[in-house]
Design a protein around this ligand. Structure first.
Ligand SMILES: [Zn+2]
Length: 287
């Protein structure tokens, strides 16, 4: 069978369960991929793999199949093979392709056309959502802490601070109750006007300032929501947070808490690699 549409996704509004029709199954390394018309499962994004895939259960009549992963897939309009993850030959969201959440099961997949129930591991999802919300807040707080290091005008974040996060981010990894962000402090960043003079010695103070800002933002119990322009997997969604300083927004395909309040304890560590070319921010929250 060929999917007639992109997968509709319900996780941006916090859903962790749903019913769906199986539209396609295919063999994958380590098992089978199952595509349904609508899913609460967050798949790993193959181009910016920041938030890990949801895991959980797929219930097919009497059979309960563990979903051990969820990947991004694509099939060309009109038919053709299912490409998964890094094998997808076109840019994310390209027109002319159906964009699919591909649930990975190790046992025999359900029949195409079957009605199934999907259940995300809600505890793990909540921990990842806490980690992702903390990650965005830490990025905004880091922008503020480093704002005095810019010698030239640069694009600003939604709170009006020079957007170090956007200018320097190399990778971002969300984990349960935390995140690790790696920033590149290379020649191109210095050309944009960022100075690293004395940065190593300042790290403990900067980390303390970022941590204090996070504590203030969690104490404010600011509302968090996701702007969802369409139900498809590749719709351009945006994270918003009503912080005391103003409304922050960051493009984001992940899942989040409904407010900053549950992040009761948060701490941020900053470290430079030996060559001084990479800054790593490790954020830990309690959700
Ligand atoms: Zn995000």
């Amino acid at each position: 069978m060929t999917p007639g549409a992109s997968t509709k996704i319900t996780y941006p509004r916090g859903e962790v369960a749903g019913e769906a029709a199986v539209v396609l199954t295919d063999a994958l390394e380590g098992g089978s991929g199952v595509v349904v018309d609508s899913t609460p499962f967050h798949p790993l994004d193959h181009t910016w793999p920041d938030q890990p895939a949801d895991t959980g259960l797929l219930i097919d009549g009497e059979r309960v199949l563990p979903v051990v992963g969820c990947l991004t897939g694509a099939v060309e309009h009109g038919g053709g093979p299912l490409y998964v993850g890094e094998a997808i030959p076109v840019r994310r969201g390209s027109a002319g392709w159906h964009w699919l959440a591909v649930h990975v099961v190790e046992e025999a997949p359900p029949a195409e056309g079957a009605r199934v129930t999907l259940r995300v591991d809600a505890e793990r999802r909540a921990a990842l959502s806490a980690g992702h919300t903390g990650c965005h807040l830490a990025a905004l707080a880091l922008n503020e802490a480093l704002s005095g290091r810019w010698r030239k005008e640069i694009g600003t974040d939604a709170l009006g601070r020079p957007d170090f996060d956007q200018a320097a981010i190399a990778s971002s990894r969300i984990r349960p109750f935390g995140s690790v962000d790696v920033y590149r402090l290379g020649k191109s960043l210095r050309k944009k006007g960022f100075t690293t003079d004395g940065l190593a010695g300042e790290l403990p103070e900067l980390a303390a300032r970022v941590t204090a800002r996070l504590a203030a933002w969690t104490a404010a119990d600011a509302k968090v929501w996701i702007d969802v322009p369409g139900p498809e997997l590749t719709a351009r969604r945006t994270w918003h947070c009503a912080l005391p300083e103003g409304e922050a927004s960051i493009p984001c395909g992940g899942t989040h808490l409904a407010s900053t309040g549950p992040l009761a304890v948060a701490s941020v560590a900053l470290a430079l690699d030996a060559a001084g070319g990479e800054l790593t921010m490790t954020t830990t929250v309690a959700g």
